[in-house]
Design a protein around this ligand. Sequence first.
Ligand code: DGL
Length: 271
Amino acid sequence: MNLHARNPIGIFDSGIGGLTVAAAIHKLLPNERIVYFGDTAHLPYGDKSAKAIRGYSQKITEFLIEKHCKMVVMACNTASSVGFRIVKQTCGSQALATNVIDPMVKYVSANYKSGKVGIIGTKGTIDSRVYPRKLKQENEELLVASAATPLLCPMIEEGFFNNNISKTIIFDYLSRNQLDEIDALVLGCTHYPLIKKEVESFYKESVEVIDSSEIVARDVQRLLGQKNLLAQKKPTSRNHFYVSDYTESFERSTRLFFKGEIHLKEANIWK
Ligand code: DGL
């Protein structure tokens, strides 16, 4: 049983994109200690089968529970769209579980009762149709349009943002017919906060561009608060960042996603 306020929050993603969520949690809840796991050996999840992603998610959750995490946050839309049930089951009564999709659905359905909302994400997230299904459950009136934007993750990881190449690719994706006349756009991938400004400028600020990192951080605060599990004092030990396959280029890229230097450690949990 890991449910003690002083225990860490476990966060995982297919790679380093989930660090945008980790950074938002760290900013909002500075007393919390974080154990992060990036499954860089299996990156990208965006085009993997649901079965494979469920297997990875289960194993990573077991690892985070062994690290005494009181909560497991799935900081990956692709994994959240197909693997939340297995993560919840694996946590059982030992740890709380949450994902990046449910808090976003709550936010959108509270703020958009009618009109049209667009979603962009990986092929895995979009093909799962999880966002339209959940949003329609909350609010039948809402029109939901989704578009897979698979080039955006590799583009961002290579550091291509705020330049002509990213501008052209973003322009092409967002100009697609299905996203016409939207009132809001959900950035349904944890890499996309890094291109939020460019997406906003495409819409000339006329469309609300919603990224999940702060919304998820506030939900983590709410869930831990409800169970009296919020850490009360600054942590005595440091945050830990693990990856399943270490390369220097991953370590370099972490600086794009998490302010402040972090050192990645390799944990091969697939042996
Ligand atoms: N972090 C993943 C997400 O939010 C995208 C990266 C990947 O395809 O693995 O969907």
